[in-house]
Structures are given as structure tokens and as C-alpha cells.
Design a protein around this ligand. Sequence first.
Ligand code: GDP
Ligand code: GDP
Length: 464
Amino acid sequence: MLPVVALVGRPNVGKSTLFNRLTRTRDALVADFPGLTRDRKYGRANYDGYQFIVIDTAGVHGDEEGIDAEMASQSLRAIDEADVVLFMVDARDGITSADMAIAKHLRSIGKKAYVVANKIDGIDAEAAQADFYELGLGEIYGIAAVHGRGVEQLLDKCFAPLIQDYPEMAVARSSTAGDPDDEQNGVDEPPPDLAHDEIDYDALPLKLAIVGRPNVGKSTLINRILGEERVVVFDMPGTTRDSIYIPMERDGREYILIDTAGVRRRGKIDETVEKFSVIKTLQAIDDANVVICVIDARETISDQDLNLIGFALNAGRSIVIAVNKWDGLTNDDREEIKRELDRRLGFVDFARLHFISALHGSGVGNLFESVLEAYASATQRVSTSKLTRILEMAVDEHQPPLVRGRRVKLKYAHAGGYNPPRIIIHGNQVEDLPGSYQRYLINYFRKSLGVMGTPIKVEFRESE
Ligand code: GDP
Ligand code: GDP
């Protein structure tokens, strides 16, 4: 479980700038789901040794008809969902009435909020910050979201009280191929000692999350899966924000189904409670070993579908894609849908695609074969000698480019972790390796190792 951080504040104070810095993504998960406002963005942050979920709530003015009405609206739902609120203000503007209104609300709900005075670059930060004590929310944290100044101190401060409740949020700093330039890259952490990784993945229950937009058929699929099995259903106490954890057994293997659709809670559920929650979905993905992303064949594949898949990959989760409602379509429809999926799912061409009907049960059994395959791919152990051999073959077939007249040299590779697989490549001038060659290597490793359904991370280390 990861903590949730909400960025709130009036427009233009720098929320998106901070969001982009924390998540390092251009394509955030936009909550563009039916029934939800279109202006909340969700992302997975990995910054300064912390990972967490961050929500960017686009602009609360505070001067809408009655702050209460505004606060009740969807756009501030994020505050309820969050563990920590970063209340952003503009250090250059001083306090505005909108800031005051937001502060008043935050004080009234008693949730921990940190006042973040942004844009302290090039001004007298102390003097500017002093102004904001008037908000009545305690300490003021000055940052410059554009440069990252002050951000680490801010996170250290606001995460200190959370780390005990969320041990998973702390991560080693690492340099990951594909990350945009950032001060975190290039930190040379010693390779983890994998001899001590003696987890028997096959003996653990496989946590399987079923996610997708509203109405794609998640509940129907879960009922179908459960209907075929002898299962004991109970709500495990103290679990994720509303996802239900259902232990089940199938072909002698134990699973925990993570039900984001609230199947077993239906009827009891308070109708005013949003049935679909992005946070719930993101937490479920984060907590799962394998994610089944359910897509509705009768709707065109949407950005939200792609964003959910992207989020799962970002989190390093294995995925299987289930195209549901495949029943009752004409052959022409099916061809058309397949072409569209091919076109849009190119970025996850390593994930198995299943055409199923949750309603009639067709294709559901085969899903599990791919789930197991993806899990096996994510957890397989590979020796240094094998990885190095594959690296040598890749280099033989296709030499790394010359940089400033010298050839980038790749020497050896070893496993840096499992679930998802991390491969660490040592060599010279590796920071000059172009993205295209990195992708070539990732694909080469993927094919050679037969890795399906799980993202591979390749990292590069400069050797002496
Ligand atoms: P949002 O509406 O709160 O999401 O604000 P944006 O992130 O879109 O930022 C609004 C404007 O402030 C943009 O022009 C940013 O480039 C600028 N801005 C954001 N952070 C900083 C900062 O730390 N320093 C300065 N000087 N400008 C910033
Ligand atoms: P959820 O919101 O993702 O949990 O979706 P539901 O399982 O509640 O399904 C939404 C609607 O789609 C319901 O009316 C289902 O009966 C229908 N549905 C689900 N699976 C299928 C399917 O495989 N084929 C068809 N034709 N309809 C389906």
C-alpha cells in the first residue's frame, strides 16, 4: 500500500509543475471516467527514495458560490482520499482570498495539510513565506517546483509520520533506463545481494487484481471466476481503501483476488459512495502481482484504458489484457476491434490479449494460463552467466553506437531483482547509450528469456 498525496490550491500556483516533477510522466492518469470530474490527475511518484500516489486537483478558486458547495464537489474528493494534503500557494502573489477560503476548509476537516509556498526561486524566500503563517496551518515550506528546490525537504517532512504505516513507500534510489534526466540518476547503489532472496514465489498466494473502467464487466468476471471455484469469501480486515480481498484456490494454486468492483459488497454499499474509485484501482494495482486489465470490446479503447495499463507497467506489475463482451459480435466487428487494439496496444505487445465473455464464461479459463505465465516470467531467476551470454549475443548482432569516436562498451549483465525483472548492465560510457539501443536490449532480453506479460527494467552502471 502506498500513501496518497493530494496537491490542492488555486489555479496557477504550480500544482501541475510539481505533479510532473514528482511523477516524471507526461501522460498522467486523468480521471476522465463517466461520473467523475475531468480535472483530476493521478500519478505514481517515485522521488527522493519515496514512492506514493499523487493526485493533482486542478484549481479550486475558493470563490465559487459557497466554499462548502465547492468542497462537496468531486474535485475536492481527492482531499478525502489523501493521507497528506499539500496546499500550494504562490510565494510571489502573497495570500489571496481564495487561499484563505481553502485554508479554512482544510482547518475545518482536520486533515494534515502542509502549506507549500511555490516559486521561491529568485525572490527573498523567507520574507515571502512569512506572509502565509496567517493561513493558520503551521509551518510554511518554500519550494521551486520548476527546479526541484526544497522538494526533498518537504517530502522528508511530510512522509516522516507516514513511513511506519506504509513501509512499502520507502525505496532505494535507483537509476532506471528510460527515466528523464534527473538528479537521482547515476546514483551508484550496490547491486542487491540476490543470494539472500530466497522467496519461494510459487508457494505464495498470487495476488490478482481485476481492474478496468466502470461497466467493462469486472463484477461479471469475478462472479464467473468465483462461481466456478469453491471459494471462501471473506473481507480481510484492514485492507485497501475499499477493495475486497478474496482468497481462492484454482488447480491447486492459491490466489487472492483483489476485487476493485466491490462485487461482494453490493447492496450494502451506500449509493452516494462512488462505486468506481481511481485510488482504489491504483492501490489494487500496486498491491497485486498480476493485473487483469479488462477492456470492453463494445466501446472504443479509451485513453483511460491505456492509462490504467500504463500505470500498471509503471508500477512494474505483470499484466494480462482481457477484451470482454466478445459474445454476439459479427466477424467484421471482431476484425475491426482487433485492428484497433493492435494499433493502440503496441506499447504492451508483450502482454497476452484474451477475447472473453465474462457473461457466458468463454475464454475465462485461458486467462489463468496467461496469469501464471506472467507471474512465472516476473519471478524467474536468471544467472549472471546466462544474462551476460545474452548480452554478448545482442552486442554481436547489433553493435552499440560510436559516441565521440569511441564505442560504448557493454561488459556483463546480472539480475538486479525480480518481480519485475531488473537487469543491470555494466560497461563504459553507458550514459551515452541512446534510448533506441536500450529498447533494443530490453527486447532482446525479453525474447531470449521468454518473458511474457511483465515489464523488464534495464539499468546501466559505469564500470571502472
Ligand atoms: P497549476 O495551475 O497550479 O497546475 O500551475 P502550473 O503548474 O500550470 O504553473 C503555473 C505557472 O507557474 C507556469 O507558468 C509555471 O511554469 C509557473 N511555475 C510553476 N512552478 C514554478 C516555480 O517554481 N518557479 C517559477 N518561477 N514559476 C513556476
Ligand atoms: P463493472 O462495472 O466493470 O463491474 O461491470 P459489470 O460486471 O457490472 O458489467 C456491466 C454490464 O456489462 C452489465 O450489464 C453486464 O451484464 C454486462 N456484461 C458484462 N460482461 C459481459 C459480457 O461478457 N458480454 C456481454 N454481452 N455483456 C456483459
